[in-house]
Structures are given as C-alpha cells and as structure tokens.
Unconditional design. Structure first.
Length: 287
C-alpha cells in the first residue's frame, strides 16, 4: 500500500522560494509620462511576463517640459539596488536583463561590474542594451562620458542592442550616410560581443518618404524592416523603450529575431496611432 505524505499542519511555516522574474528592467522612471520603465513595464505585462523595474533616474517628467524635478539614482543607492537583486535570489531566476537610459557614467561602471557576476550565477540570462543617448532631433542628451562607457564597457557584455541611427553614429565615432555604412558600423559593435544589433530609424536619408527603417544586423545576415512614420507632438518620447521591451518579450516567447522586430515595430506603430487619436502629449502605451 502506497503511503500518502501528510500535508503541512495548519499554521506551519512553509518553505519559500524566490518569485519567478522574467525580466529585470534597468531604466529611467518618471512620475508623469511613458518613457523608460513606465513605457516598458506595460509591454512586459501585456506579454504575460513578470518584470521588475530598477530606476536609474527618478524624475517628475521628461526634461522636455518647462519644469523638472528629481534626478539620477545616487551611485551608492544604484549599487545597493543591484546588490539587492543578488541577495533576493533574482539573479538566479531572471531570464533577461534590459538596460536603457542611465543617469550618469558611474552607473555604467557599476553595471559593467555586476553583469559578469550575473552571468556566472545565471549562465543562460540574456542581456539586451538600448544605449539611450540622444536622437537626430534633440542631439546628445546625456553626459558625454556615457558614449565611451557604452562602447567600451557595456557593448562587450550585451547579447543584443537597439541603438537608433544617431546613437550608432556616436558609438562608431563617425557620420553614417547609407544603409551599407550602418551595417558596417553595427558589425564593428558585434565584433566586440553582441550577437545582434537592431538599428532603429536606420539610414533615414535612404528611407522612402513616410517610412522608417529598422536594420536587423547579425554577423552573417542583414534584414531591413520598414514601418510607417507617424507624426507626433515633440513631447512624445518612449518609442525606443517600447520597442526594446517588445523585442525582448518576443524573443523570450520564442520568436526569431526578425519576427520579434516586426512584432515590436507593429506595437510601436499602434501606440503612436493611439497617441494621435487621443491627442496626448505622452505616448499612449496603455490605451
């Protein structure tokens, strides 16, 4: 006769395990608006992924408004937040880490020290980095020291990256005037470590009117994905954060890279269309 194990007695203390975490999202956080973690977390939730947000800055809103409050997460706090992930066991269960906007160059150094330890604890973890530094309209809007920090410290630690055209130019150290030049610059970064680079708004001078191009670059292949360019108010930001989150979600759910990029482009387009319909000054991520 097979013995039946007795269940826990009422009131008995049960063993606890670390909560399953799919994504650690290390990005900016604002009180008002949808950029950084505010833009990414709804995408992860919609995809059925468990994500936790670690803020690199905490701001009242993006700097494009007349007033701004808050600032970068202090380095000792930032280091402690990373350490807390280790202490709570998150680094042993997380499937991916997404790194976006950084508040100061010192944060890049702390990440460069933490990520190798993360890989040692979780060899299969994927590290996706969006080197948020600026764009063609606003120029460089981070500390200039972050350009070298991204290129020298973080590129070698990434599995994949999603720079826009401007950011790729910053890391390449030169102007890129064609899709061939974009691909060549992306492969220079790939030679340092990443498996793939997806360049958003790639080679805008070569795009058809009313469209934007995404260059999906690996060591051996190149694909160009196009999507509509939708006019939005200058206050609307966060499309890159939605895109990176959607690509990450697609890959974690088993999509191939180009398929994940197409799905992510569709999500960004839908969010922009919804933003226009509502007339919002912020991206309608949760519309």
């Amino acid at each position: 006769m097979t013995a039946i194990a007795a269940g826990p007695q009422p009131g008995a203390e049960l063993p606890a395990v670390t909560v399953q975490v799919d994504v650690v999202s290390i990005q900016s956080q604002v009180v008002y608006g949808y950029v950084g973690n505010n833009a990414a977390m709804p995408v992860f939730r919609k995809a059925g992924l468990r994500a936790i947000a670690l803020p690199t800055v905490i701001l009242s809103n993006t700097p494009h408004y007349p007033t701004l409050h808050g600032g970068a997460t202090p380095l000792d706090w930032f280091q402690g937040l990373l350490q807390g992930l280790d202490e709570r066991g998150v680094t042993k269960v997380a499937r991916a880490v997404v790194c976006g906007y950084l508040g100061q160059p010192g944060q890049a150094g702390l990440l460069a020290a933490w990520l190798p330890a993360l890989r040692a604890a979780r060899p299969g973890v994927r590290v996706y980095i969006d080197p948020v530094m600026g764009d063609r309209n606003d120029g460089l809007y981070v500390d200039a020291g972050l350009v070298a920090q991204y290129r020298d410290l973080l590129v070698p630690l990434a599995d994949g990256m999603t720079p826009n055209h401007f950011e790729l130019e910053q890391m390449a150290g030169r102007t890129l005037s064609s899709m061939d030049e974009v691909v060549a610059a992306a492969r220079e970064l790939i030679a340092l470590g990443p498996q793939w680079i997806v360049v958003t708004s790639a080679a805008p001078m070569a795009a058809e009117p009313g469209t934007l191009q995404l260059a999906v670059v690996t060591r051996d292949a190149v694909s160009v994905v196009t999507h509509p360019e939708i006019a939005i108010p200058p206050s609307v930001h966060g499309t890159g954060d939605v895109f990176m989150a959607a690509v990450t979600a697609g890959l974690l759910k088993g999509a191939e890279l180009v398929q994940a990029v197409r799905l992510a482009a569709g999500q960004v387009t839908a969010a922009l269309q919804r933003t226009r319909e509502l007339g919002w000054e912020e991206l309608a991520v949760e519309g």
